[in-house]
Structures are given as C-alpha cells and as structure tokens.
Design a protein around this ligand. Structure first.
Ligand SMILES: [Zn+2]
Length: 128
C-alpha cells in the first residue's frame, strides 16, 4: 500500500481556516444567547465550534507532525478489493491490467511497462 499525504502548507491553511470557523462559532453562540433566541440557535454555534476544533487538530497535526494522516491510500486489488468495482461488474480482483493490455504503468514515472519487467526501463525503479 502506498499513501498520498496532504501537503503541509495546505494543512496549515486548513488549520487556520478551522480556527476562523471556531471564532465564528463563538461569536454566533454568544450573540445568539444574548438575544434570548430559542436554545437551538446558540446550539448551532456550539456544533460549529466542536467541528472547527476537530478539524483544526487534524490539519495542524498534518502541518507540523512527523507522520501525516493519509489523504489517499493506494492499494491494489489483492490488498483491498473495491466494493463499487465488484458491484458494477469489474473483475473481482480489481487488477487494472486484467483487461488484456500487456503490462501496466510505472507508479513512479508513469511510463507504460510490461508485466515481465521487474524494473522500469525509463526510470529504473523496481516495479514488481
Ligand atoms: Zn518508471
């Protein structure tokens, strides 16, 4: 399994945006409570604060932590089959090369390679 990790810059931006959401929630909650609005109006702000805090923790950990949460995991069909592929009729093993083309594509440089090769002949990295 390979992973795609979120960038640290975008994560920092997301964290700052989440804090802005928390600030909005605080203002909303206190403003709504001070007007004597029905209880669900200030509660909406509390939900906003809770979501903002959770998102801020996630983003700031990705921005500054040593190992980031994965944005995407890259798996092949043997590791983890795709339920939608199976539902809509693709081969159950999910192998993208099963359709008859000889070989696949190098995950590093994207060039087409044959299944019989252990190393990519364009970039030289191991692909088996
Ligand atoms: Zn390559």
């Amino acid at each position: 399994m390979r992973s795609i990790k979120p960038g640290r810059g975008p994560s920092m931006m997301g964290g700052i945006g989440s804090l802005a959401g928390v600030a909005f929630g605080l203002i909303w909650t206190f403003a709504a409570a001070s007007t004597g609005a029905p209880i669900f109006v200030p509660l909406f702000g509390v939900v906003f604060i809770a979501l903002g805090v959770m998102q801020a923790l996630y983003h700031f950990r990705n921005a500054t932590g040593e190992s980031r949460y994965s944005a995407f995991d890259i798996t092949d069909g043997q590791e983890e089959p795709d339920p939608l592929n199976e539902r809509f009729g693709a081969p159950p093993d999910g192998d993208p090369t099963a359709g008859g083309t000889a070989g696949g594509y190098c995950p590093y440089c994207g060039q087409q390679i044959g299944t019989e090769h252990q190393f990519c002949r364009h970039c030289g990295r191991r692909v088996d």
